[in-house]
Design a protein around this ligand. Structure first.
Ligand code: DGJ
Length: 777
């Protein structure tokens, strides 16, 4: 709800209040953002009560207010040159310099939401508030837009600059939002990373000075995800005040957190000003992407749940919005470029037998693409590999009962390709220098309309050539050598993303039944801009279960499980050469959109049986795994284990996952963590039945077998292909209050003194899932 009373805007969601006051000098001041408070008593109690202009401060206009300095009031946006010496959120320049004076002019509250022309707008907002500011000397206006999403406790904000002056102006910086809070021993949590190691959580105490996270690669990047949190020192997973922010944008971004001399924390979120200089012509407008913010006093899980609900309900669109995603098999880690139709069909057949629903053909199906040095750009099927073409291959998969998905990398091109030979001018390149390569490829220049049209036509042509139900859209390098004609290189990065969104809008609208998964060497472009078009995203090329536990637990802070592609792959892991139990690989991947990425025919019979059971368990609880309310109770980063839980809305079902890092001797007792169950109800807790491979036990196998055998001998080798040892069975009737109070103790872990059903042989990298269900009275 948005209310305007006595010069104050009250923006309210179910659990939060955001209060803005138009002050005596016509600046917009944030007087409060936090848990919901009443608006009945007016603004006085909430209002900052400055009665002195501190020492050397510049007073904005002594005649109107003797004390007001822009350095101190909590402005909703700031420029430069009128006494605010903190980092501005907007910098403009015209021939007269940098000084402008934007003052409140008017506002509008709208039920019918306006949409950005060239960037995604989150959908189904409850209301929109537009506040207009005018620089009366030039007639330039700044609009602040606020979209309110009441149920999900989120507010989206952006800025539109309209040049009504009679000359062109330069935009040097244009953040989508600025928010100033009083410091509360805040800790800043960012998600940093690199290829195969995305979204690592890092906590930094906010000290005086400015903290910056950003991307300069052209994409949102794996360096710093645009999502971040600001939490009070005492905030934990389920309690305390936490703010979270994100940006609906896939290009260069920048977020700054500045602690000022009076211990305010000024936060900006938006476009990066790295090599950014936008010429805004007369009568034109400039749109910044939407930023998103939320607050919860229920700790980290509180803001994550808000963000998850926001993304599922207001960012993701199309047929797959809030719909269950298929279990897939992808051939990349199984075959890379070396495959034939018959090899793929063999994998597909086994996949179908295991319960998999979709077969994804990855890189290498077209042109001369037999390794990564050639063929990118030439999407004519390679008939040497697929004798019956895409349509024929799709038919065979469909006959097996599988859907067909296909990989593309439409924004890139190899020098050794027909497309490059025909259109060398399509690539991003400075005319005076050679273009550098990444993975032997160039970037196509999406700022150019003919390139955009070429990509749209080409992708749509392939998609209509066969029965294709899913697309994996890859993007495998950072941008270099950026250049635009007529001195417009400072607009390149912004215009590239506009071009990208134009393509994605056209391709996805033309193919409404296709499920799209974004990918960028893994999670190099995991952001809300991509999720406005693609319903899910590949989280990382690193499919090792432990590494994935780190990566996914970072992603979960801001992104719902339904958007996270997670696969079971072969061991030792291609990424880190680590061996992890096949059930742990599943248990981690199950908290996301489950897939398999290995040659299933290389698994033993017992492993295949385990895979079948995994898939059937996942399908049975798919909506919980993809859309359940998600909680974390511990991270592997700071503990020897991590714990995740998904719970149904009505609290009748949940799955609790426990993931071990290293097994310890003399292990402590483990209790199941729970929250939000109905105290007085009865629930059944049962472990998902797992099995141990006989080979895991080495010479200890003789402890359990009736006859002595050589643990490395042929006999054990043969038996282990057909037989497993059941892991512990554990089942309890418990009350909701026992769950909520972490009172339920599990069987002891292995500690070197024997093995039977009374022991949980968890081992290094071991894990368990527990299904919790309400017992009907
Ligand atoms: C990078 C992706 O992240 C991988 O999953 C795979 O699709 C390769 N590209 C193919 O080239």
């Amino acid at each position: 709800m948005i209310l305007f009373k006595d010069n104050v805007f009250y923006i309210e969601t179910n659990d939060t209040s955001y209060v803005l006051r138009v002050d005596e000098t016509k600046h917009l001041v944030n007087e409060y953002y936090g848990a919901k408070v009443s608006h009945e008593l007016g603004i006085l109690p909430l209002q900052s009560k400055w009665t002195t202009g501190l020492g050397s401060s510049i007073i904005y206009d002594e005649k109107l207010n003797k004390h007001e300095s822009l350095d101190i009031i909590k402005s909703e946006f700031s420029l430069t040159g009128k006494g605010d010496y903190n980092s501005p959120s907007i910098i403009l320049k015209n021939k007269d310099g940098y000084i402008f004076d934007f003052l409140f002019e008017k506002y509008e509250i709208k039920e019918i939401i306006s949409h950005l022309e060239n960037l995604p707008t989150p959908h189904n907002a409850d209301q929109e508030l537009i506040i207009y500011f005018l620089d009366s000397r030039t007639n330039i206006t700044i609009e602040l837009h606020y979209l309110v999403f009441e149920e999900t406790n989120t507010i989206a904000r952006n800025v539109i600059i309209q040049n009504n002056s009679n000359e062109d102006i330069e935009i040097l910086k244009a953040a989508s939002m600025q928010l100033v809070l009083n410091n509360d021993d805040f800790i800043f949590t960012s998600l940093y990373g690199g290829w195969s190691g995305e979204c690592k959580k890092e906590d930094t105490i906010i000290k005086h000075g400015t903290l910056t996270i950003d991307s300069k690669t052209g994409a949102s990047s794996n360096r710093y995800n645009p999502f971040f949190m600001i939490k009070s020192k005492d905030a934990s997973f389920n309690s305390g005040s936490v703010y979270a922010f994100n940006l609906i944008y896939s290009g260069n971004h920048c977020e700054t957190i500045e602690r000022t001399f009076i211990d305010q924390v000024r936060i900006t979120v938006g476009l990066s000003s790295f090599c950014f200089n936008y010429c805004l012509k007369k009568n034109e407008k400039f749109e910044t992407p939407y930023s998103v913010m939320t607050f919860a006093n229920k700790g980290i899980n509180g803001v994550s749940q808000n963000m998850h609900a926001f993304v599922n309900n207001h960012v993701v669109r199309g047929k797959y919005m809030n719909k269950e995603r298929p279990v897939l098999i992808n051939n990349w880690e199984a075959t890379d470029f070396k495959f034939s139709e018959s090899k793929l069909l063999k994998i597909a057949k086994t996949a179908k037998d295991c319960g998999i629903e979709l077969f994804v053909l990855d890189d290498g199906w077209f042109g001369e693409r037999n390794n990564d040095t050639a063929g990118l750009g030439d999407y004519d099927v390679n008939k040497k590999k697929l004798h019956h073409g895409l349509a024929g291959f799709a038919k065979k998969l469909n006959k097996l009962g599988l859907k067909f998905g296909l990989w593309f990398e439409p924004e890139m091109i190899n020098e050794d390709s027909e497309l490059y030979r025909k259109h060398p001018e399509f690539i991003v390149k400075h005319p005076g220098y050679f273009a550098s390569t990444g993975r032997h490829q160039f970037c196509l220049d999406l700022t150019k309309v003919d390139v955009q049209e070429y990509i749209i036509e080409n992708v749509c042509k392939t998609l209509s050539s066969a029965n294709i139900s899913y697309v994996k859209w890859d993007y495998n390098r950072h941008i270099s050598d950026f250049y635009m004609e007529d001195g417009k290189s400072g607009e390149f990065f912004y215009r590239y993303i506009q071009g990208l969104y134009h393509i994605l809008e056209k391709v996805t609208k033309a193919n409404p039944d296709v499920l799209f998964e974004g990918c960028s060497s893994g999670g190099n472009r995991f952001d809300l801009g991509i999720l406005s078009y693609f319903q899910q995203n590949w989280a990382s090329d690193n499919t090792d279960a432990i590494e994935r536990n780190y990566i996914q637990s970072g992603l979960y802070l801001g992104y719902p499980l339904s958007t996270i592609g997670a696969h079971v792959s072969a061991c030792p892991s291609h990424s880190v050469l680590r061996n992890t139990p096949i059930d742990t690989r599943f248990n981690v991947a199950a908290f996301g959109d489950l897939g398999y990425e290995l040659d299933l025919n290389h698994l033993s019979k017992v492993e295949l049986k385990m895979v079948k059971k995994q898939i059937s368990f996942y399908k049975k609880h798919r909506s919980l795994f993809q859309y359940g309310k998600f909680y974390q109770f511990s991270y592997l980063d700071s503990s020897n284990h991590s714990e995740w839980m998904v719970q149904s809305k009505d609290k009748s079902e949940a799955i609790y996952g426990y993931f071990n890092l290293l097994q310890k001797i003399n292990p402590e007792e483990t209790t199941i963590k729970g929250i939000n169950f109905i105290d007085e109800e009865i629930y059944k807790v049962e472990v998902r039945k797992q099995e141990h491979l006989l080979t895991e036990f080495g010479s200890l196998i003789n402890m359990v077998l009736p006859v002595r055998v050589n643990e490395k001998g042929l006999l054990i080798h043969e038996i282990s292909k057909h037989k497993t040892m059941p892991a512990e069975n554990e089942e309890y009737l418990v009350s909701g209050s026992m769950l909520n109070n972490n009172a339920i103790k599990l069987k002891p872990e292995w500690s070197g003194t024997g093995f039977d059903d009374s022991i949980r042989a968890l081992e290094d990298f071991g894990s368990r899932l527990y299904f919790i269900s309400l017992v009907k009275k």
